[in-house]
Design a protein around this ligand. Structure first.
Ligand code: NDP
Ligand code: 8X3
Length: 248
């Protein structure tokens, strides 16, 4: 039987390219996101390669997560907790509370709600694999990153905690922490300001979402006794959150 992977945030960026790569490699997928039209198109695109199920929900809506994932008739072998974004880039004294709420609600609480809905069935099945997408921002704080960094530090702590608590259940927990990846991330962070979004990726070669998809494919195809626990992945042009080899 094919391995089933549930991907949150499959409508764009890292999640989308991971869905494409895994489907082409024969993995069955449960693809999640809020943008229904994208989910429909993705199902149409990938159904020729593997079985695709789509689920539309907001990870930060606890009731919705419980209702939608509680109704699943398949236990995913792999849960990819990828949905998330930065909202804004401001000094702490200038931060927008709605942005802070969004980042904590989606990146931290959303990841927890989804995990809470899936983990019991993995335990009952006797195993599984959870991959959490953290960030370099969860390893190193940078100017104006404050609450986004806090949300990703939380993901780092949750990944470590999951690895410890689920150790006895044979559930692998992996954490991937990318540096800059060219996706819709900057567009969301800068609220649709195209110029600011483009600047985020200007003058150097950032990672591509396909690079992270490749790594996810590698991680989930290791033998059962191997867990890639924690990875920091940077483009060659990036050395830290603030040091880039830019050619501007
Ligand atoms: P994108 O903006 O391209 O994709 C974000 C995905 O998350 C979308 O599919 C979006 O789907 C989904 N999402 C956002 N909010 C919600 C929500 N409330 N409920 C359900 N789904 C949601 O960004 P990336 O692909 O870059 O981001 C993926 C992950 O990678 C994030 O966790 C991000 O923090 C992390 N990351 C990104 C880096 C980068 O430089 N790009 C670097 C390090 C980490 P929809 O809008 O349809 O709901
Ligand atoms: C995304 C990378 O450096 O913008 O997590 O926080 S960064």
């Amino acid at each position: 039987m094919a391995t089933t992977v549930l991907i949150t945030g499959a409508t764009s960026g890292i999640g989308l390219e991971t869905a494409r790569l895994l489907s082409k490699n024969g993995f069955d997928l449960i693809l999640c996101g809020r943008r229904e039209e994208r989910l429909i198109n993705l199902k149409e695109e990938l159904s020729k390669f593997s079985n695709i199920k789509t689920l539309k929900f907001d990870v930060s809506n606890q009731k919705e997560v419980k209702r939608v994932l509680g109704g699943l008739d398949i236990v995913p072998d792999v849960l990819l907790n990828n949905a998330g974004n930065a909202h804004g880039l401001s000094a702490i004294q200038d931060g927008d509370i709605a942005d802070w709420d969004a980042m904590i609600d989606i990146n931290v609480k959303g990841l927890l709600y989804v995990s809470k809905a899936i983990i019991p069935s993995m335990i009952e099945k006797g195993g599984g694999h959870i991959i959490n997408i953290g960030s370099i921002a969860g390893k190193e704080v940078y100017p104006n990153g404050n609450v986004y960094c806090a949300s990703k530090y939380a993901v780092d702590a949750i990944s470590q905690g999951m690895r410890i608590d689920l150790n006895k259940n044979g559930i692998r927990v992996s954490s991937i922490n990318p540096g800059m990846v060219e996706t819709e991330f900057a567009k969301v962070r800068f609220k649709g300001d195209e110029e600011l979004a483009e600047n985020a990726y200007k003058g150097y070669q950032p990672l591509k979402p396909q690079d992270i998809a490749d790594i996810i494919h590698f991680i989930i195809t290791r033998p059962k006794h191997v867990n890639i626990a924690d990875l920091l992945v940077l483009s060659t042009d990036q050395a830290s959150t603030t040091v880039f080899n830019k050619n501007l």
